[in-house]
Design a protein around this ligand. Sequence first.
Ligand code: M6R
Length: 607
Amino acid sequence: MCGIVGYIGQREVVPVLISGLESLAYRGYDSAGVVVVRDGELEAVKAEGKLERLVETLKGESLVGTYGLGHTRWATHGEPSERNAHPVMDSKGRLALIHNGIIENFLPLKKRLIDEGWEFTSDTDTEVVANLISSHLKGDLRAATQQAMAELEGMYAFAAVSTVSGQAEIVAARKGPPLVIGLGDDEFFLASDPAAVLAYTKRVLFLENMDLCRLTDAGPEIWDENGEPVERPAVRLTWDPIQAEKGGFKHFMLKEIHEQSQAIQDTFAGRVDFELNTVGFDDFALTPEEATQIQRVQILACGTSWHSGLVGKFMIEELARIPVEVDYGSEYRYRDPVVGEGVLAIGISQSGETADTLSAMEAASDRGAKLLAICNVPGSQATRVSDGVIYTHAGPEIGVASTKAFTTQLTALYLFALYLRQQRGMAIESELLSVLAGLPHAVAEIMESEAELEEMARRYSRLEDFLYLGRGINYPIALEGALKLKEISYSHAEGYPAGEMKHGPIALIDEDFPVVAIATGSRVFDKVCSNMQEVKARDGVVIAVTDRPAEELAEIADEVIQVPRSSDLLQPVVNVIPLQLFAYFVAVRRGADVDQPRNLAKSVTVE
Ligand code: M6R
């Protein structure tokens, strides 16, 4: 999704804007631009394509100044092109605006503005906002923005600079997509994501929905949706800027795959007492009575986070004996779910800003559910709207394909399931914790097979279709393995419950349609072996992920990926790692842009 950055202070602004945009590049974009205000003039440079092209174009310009805006655009209205790139100017050249989101009533507004004499040169909905604010602008940019906001429908975050107000200021507003203010010493930053300010400051504040902010070199002033001045609390980020760099790896995704052992450990550290066999959270608690009152859990999430919800269902049902439903945020929000008292809704989101998940959480809360967020980004919207938060301690995840966020979500869900078990009066047996303690080591062990997986990926990278099979708690891992492959390598991949193969997909099997089968654990191991046999009997190719000795599968698998044995409930964390690596190496082999796959955005902040 589009990325917004802004800076006001003493530094030369363009390098600050470019470094912010580089940090936001992972969100996905197809054009970029910056604007600087100097001597009462707006000077903008834009370029289609990658940031390198913008940087190259900037070399031929002399943009200097100490405040301005930068933007990466992910096209919604209008093709990716320099003409549609942001910043967008109003037709009188009085202000420049950058925008993330969708203005739903842009067509009637555009028609009205054209009738009033405003001109349009792009296909964007953004230009409507620029002209609309300008139509109200009598000298006070904040007042004009407030008037415009009253007329805008949709979800948006935007920021504007103007030559009319006669002073150095940035005005920004949000309704939906996030905006964060970085608080430096006599310098202030604006961004869609804290990662963009991390190189300069760890003190940030998050704007709330419908907030309007005026940023000058004296700091931020904020007004709420009623136009009342408000203070928003400053938060100190615990992330290290170094975590947001590649650190010698070719891609963020590979670095993040490698970070998983540590991230899992960081997620359970301090929350488990291995001597007393108890689980607790510093910043979240349920009394035994509250835990007992939970009659149903509804998990709401999208994409990879939805897959972790599917695994969480097995964990919570088995350990806490509470029924769990798992919904896509985008589906839940448009039906009329049965909620009511006794329902705990859990929103799972790496970013905490996914529009569909947030809307579903809101819908659950409106119908009487208690809300818990499992989230990676401190202070994000999901954490602010929830009654409680369990943070995953994955650190910043930059690669668009989620890896360490997924395995830390599974760790957090396991902890939460154990916690519910304990608070509902059931003992946590020591084996449930010892297997957790061994998880980081098991994950690290798989990295030793990296070269083998790279070689295997080379053998399969030319193929266009893959089927991933898993059963029980590993069915979501089949879905996740398939999602990883398709989103970064653009090969078609489908995840399927192994037992369902014979009800349809078996018709597809041939020597060019490899089947990745997850054959671990004890409960359904034999069943999955039978499914592999069914594939072999039809000249299919089987790649098996197993915790058994390779010889056991020699007859029915063409390739065997061995993984360490964990418990049935934690085995998915181990099993997904080779599937992440396999997808990564296939994508690299196919020359795909692993960290920024085409058409994809890291945080999907619009519907
Ligand atoms: O930030 P969230 O966890 O809410 O994001 C949800 C999905 O957009 C995300 O998991 C997406 O599916 C990833 N690209 C998967 O790798």
